[in-house]
Design a protein around this ligand. Structure first.
Ligand SMILES: Cc1cc2nc3c(=O)[nH]c(=O)nc-3n(C[C@H](O)[C@H](O)[C@H](O)COP(=O)(O)O)c2cc1C
Length: 492
């Protein structure tokens, strides 16, 4: 790897301006695929899966145009985050790394050093180019995909941003929660128990009040990434995006909700859900790779306005059997949140955190530490499995020593196979925060999960009595590279 790639954007600020500029920059990186003529009925989702499933972190972003039944220019974008370089570019970080965990560490450090910057309210913006209200409202004016072959409906919101307002303190939350289309004026919004948008909605409904929503279905990729990340309760993703960009996000005031709506977003839907009003939602191809959640009655959103740019782009991220395009997003953004929590709890010498894409992602988390005291590994396991970034629907949490790269599954498996005793190195957490997306969720919607200590036993680690590893020393590696500089050794 050359130093230019490492130090690109070394000041760590986001260097693109909105979705359309992001697409241009991705094209410049050689990572944009343009596809014409794919149908909205399962073809776009299938193409994306076939391009992504075996790509190992370098699949292209795919911009679909000339979608049958729709005007040219009404586009969809899939696969925003199926490459490490695009995640890094979006976060304003250098684009090349030696280890996957290095980008997590860099993002984690960036988060610690930044200030939240609230949005700036502006009079108007590109999203106001077209405004639908009343009888004009028609969500199927856009090429809304049916993503998977067994989905029962078209879903306009997958890589979306759902904005809700806490009735207690007026703070906004932005979360990624899917939207099934029922008809021209009605969509679903599936929000799992415990998610911040769900807590907001539950609070309104408990008081017998309606809950207003703004749903962006095409927007700056940074905002989508943050809205799909487990940021702490009370932190607004719009403020966080402003912080990472070093300037406020320009927002208009939604004509129906009064909520802030990014002025340059592609499509914003305003609407309302009412207590007791539900419709069957799903089944939909779920993030764990199964159609595991049947059709369930859920609150729906009655659309009040649709604002959109000319030639709008719907952002999409249907999930499927691993590896899907969200593996890296959760691998990086989710892992950075776990890293933050571990340090906030005072746990020293965290050297790497990674959510493994095949798990998928948050179901299999590996943490790399330099052991400092007996019990250090267990401390790390319990905090990682129970903090905001790790608590939801996890299954495996594994801790490894600092000579094991937590982002390298081969090395993690080796540690689990050679430094781990099945009787003494496991803890089980029972009745944890689960998801019905899990085909093995327990009655009451709990799950059990396993913590695996794959570190060398601390006393042997301290005494140096664990057998030495068969490996080429750093000194020998340097000497060999210098002497045989024409040999095609991998860069790292
Ligand atoms: C592509 C994608 C789709 C998602 N769909 C949903 C969904 O339909 N419902 C849900 O509760 N969470 C969904 N999530 C997970 C949440 O977005 C994630 O847990 C996020 O942290 C929620 O925001 P919050 O922490 O502010 O509640 C999805 C994540 C991704 C990446």
């Amino acid at each position: 790897m050359d130093d230019t790639a490492r130090s690109t954007q070394a000041n760590d600020t986001v260097a693109y301006d909105g979705l359309r500029d992001w697409i241009e920059k991705v094209d410049g990186l050689g990572e944009l695929l343009r596809v014409d003529g794919a149908h909205w009925d399962a073809e776009m989702g299938s193409i994306t899966q076939m391009m992504t499933e075996k790509s190992r972190g370098d699949a292209p972003a795919i911009l679909f145009d000339n979608i049958p039944d729709y005007p040219q220019g009404f586009r969809t974008l899939y696969g925003e985050f199926s490459s490490v370089r695009r995640v890094a570019m979006t976060l304003g970080l250098p684009v090349e790394y030696d280890r996957k965990c290095d980008i997590v560490q860099r993002y984690h450090e960036r988060m610690q050093s930044m200030e939240l910057i609230p949005p700036r309210i502006v009079e108007t913006g590109a999203v106001m180019e077209n405004v639908q209200a009343g009888d004009e409202i028609d969500v199927l004016k856009f090429p809304v995909p049916r993503h998977h072959e067994k989905d029962n409906a078209r879903y306009i919101g997958t890589a979306n941003c759902v904005i809700t307002r806490d009735p207690d303190n007026g703070k906004y939350n932005v979360g990624t929660y899917r939207n099934q289309v029922y008809d021209a004026k009605t969509i679903g919004c599936q929000i799992t128990e415990g998610k911040h948008g769900r807590i907001h909605r539950d609070k309104y409904f408990e008081r017998g009040e309606e809950c207003k929503f703004v749903i962006l279905v095409g927007q700056d990729p940074l905002l989508y990434m943050l809205s799909a990340s487990p940021l702490p309760e009370g932190v607004c993703e719009l403020d966080f995006a402003g912080g990472l960009k070093g300037k406020p996000i320009d927002c208009i005031k939604g004509p129906y909700t009064g909520f802030p709506i990014p002025a340059d977003c592609e499509i914003a839907i305003e609407g309302v859900a009412r207590p007791g009003q539900v419709r069957e939602e799903g089944p939909f191809g779920e993030w764990m790779g199964y159609y595991s959640d049947d059709s369930v009655p859920r609150p729906y959103v009655e659309i009040k306005t649709i604002l959109h740019r000319n030639d709008p782009i719907i952002c999409c991220a249907p999930q499927h059997k691993p590896v899907d395009e969200t593996g890296l997003l959760k691998g990086i953004a989710g892992a950075a949140e776990i890293w933050r929590a571990l340090e906030a709890c005072g746990l020293p010498d965290i050297r790497g955190v990674w959510n493994h894409e095949g798990g998928p992602a948050t179901r299999f988390t590996a943490i790399q530490i330099k052991q400092r005291y007996p019990g250090h590994a267990r401390n790390v396991l319990h905090v990682a499995a129970n903090c905001q970034g790790g608590a939801y629907a996890g299954k495996w949490t594994v801790v490894v020593d600092d000579d094991i790269d937590a982002g390298d599954l081969d090395q993690v498996l080796w540690a689990m196979s050679t430094r781990f005793d099945p009787c003494s190195d496991i803890d089980i957490i029972q009745k944890a925060w689960a998801s019905k997306r899990d085909p093995l969720y327990l009655p009451g919607n709990f799950n059990n999960r396993i913590l695996v200590d794959a570190c060398i036993p601390y006393d042997q680690y301290l005494k140096g009595s664990f057998p030495p590893v068969v490996d080429v020393s750093e000194e020998m590696r340097r000497r060999i590279r210098a002497k045989f500089d024409k040999l095609p050794f991998p860069a790292y």
